[in-house]
Design a protein around this ligand. Sequence first.
Ligand SMILES: C[S@@+](CC[C@H](N)C(=O)[O-])C[C@H]1O[C@@H](n2cnc3c(N)ncnc32)[C@H](O)[C@@H]1O
Length: 354
Amino acid sequence: MGFGDRYIFVPNAVDIFSGSGGVTQGLRAARWRVLAACDNDPVAAATYRANHRKTKFVEADILLDKTIDDIAAAVGDQHVHMLVICAPCQPFSSQNRYRGGDAREQLIVRALNIAKKIDPDTIFFENVPGLATAAYKSVVSDVQKSLAEFGYVVTKPIVRDAADFGVPQRRKRCIMFAAKNQAALNAFEECDVIAPRKSVFQAIADLPPLKSSEVSETDVLHRARTHLPIALERLMCIPVDGGSRKSLPEHLELVCHKNRVNSFSDVYGRMSWHDVAPTLTTGCTDVTRGRFAHPEQHRAITLREAARLQSFPDSYRFTGRPSQVAVQIGNAVPPDMIKAFVPAFKAALAASLE
Ligand SMILES: C[S@@+](CC[C@H](N)C(=O)[O-])C[C@H]1O[C@@H](n2cnc3c(N)ncnc32)[C@H](O)[C@@H]1O
């Protein structure tokens, strides 16, 4: 075996808006090193630190110049192969009432000041599909202009579904990729990123069954929410494996839904065993906030089930109260989606050297 066979290339990344660490987890699973990460949420920061001890974590507001300096200091003179920017999704969400006038829209542009300082070979952006719509053309154009100024070319916003990357969840995301030459962009776009689909059954069927209020003796995250008697009565009327609130008898219909057939149609819905889960949100363990009921047990999914549907390994430690853990899980980028993209990242890095 020659030296070349034994040499393992370990790329370096920096993870901005890291949250509790979904992106970092995916990169590390593919044997990348994450030099530095930044987020201003103390609970997400605690979770990140508990799982990624070797990464230098900057817990601060990205809008401050000092934060940019601190991230650059954490990187030092190490070469950065990829900067990841997963700016908050809320400004670009279809549910945002302040669409177009939300100051947070500019966070993604401001975060580019880090690229200027640490000079990464490539930059990966992830956000909600709203960023790819006409409403945010000006934000995308501001990103493109800043990147061009710093010497990068960038793909158009591309919408992909995490379900196509082995994540047991329908989660459409808008991605963009920037590099210093067109060959690297072509290599990224030409790489066929795909992984076998995984169903809800494959992800959670092995977990012990629980009734309302029950907690697993071995796993604190596998804790069933306490449902009121009326909620339990409703859940018992929803057909197993994908049923919806349409099956509720009239006396159990929710007052706010009466005569509004199409509104909130997912509320009280059950997941289907052999499909992927719906997009998990920060309310993913609450049956009144989406199709978040277990496929056959009379309860909402647990935090453990939600973490599995986001492709977090059971060894991942989440800090905070149950409601805070639900927020961290709902906001996360699924680690397996990032892991599936690694061949495309590597193809781009290789092409950038040509
Ligand atoms: C979509 S979540 C990121 C998910 C994360 N990348 C992952 O892999 O799981 C967006 C994150 O941006 C953080 N954030 C929002 N505004 C910020 C700011 N001004 N400075 C730093 N972080 C911020 C939030 O706390 C949140 O954790």
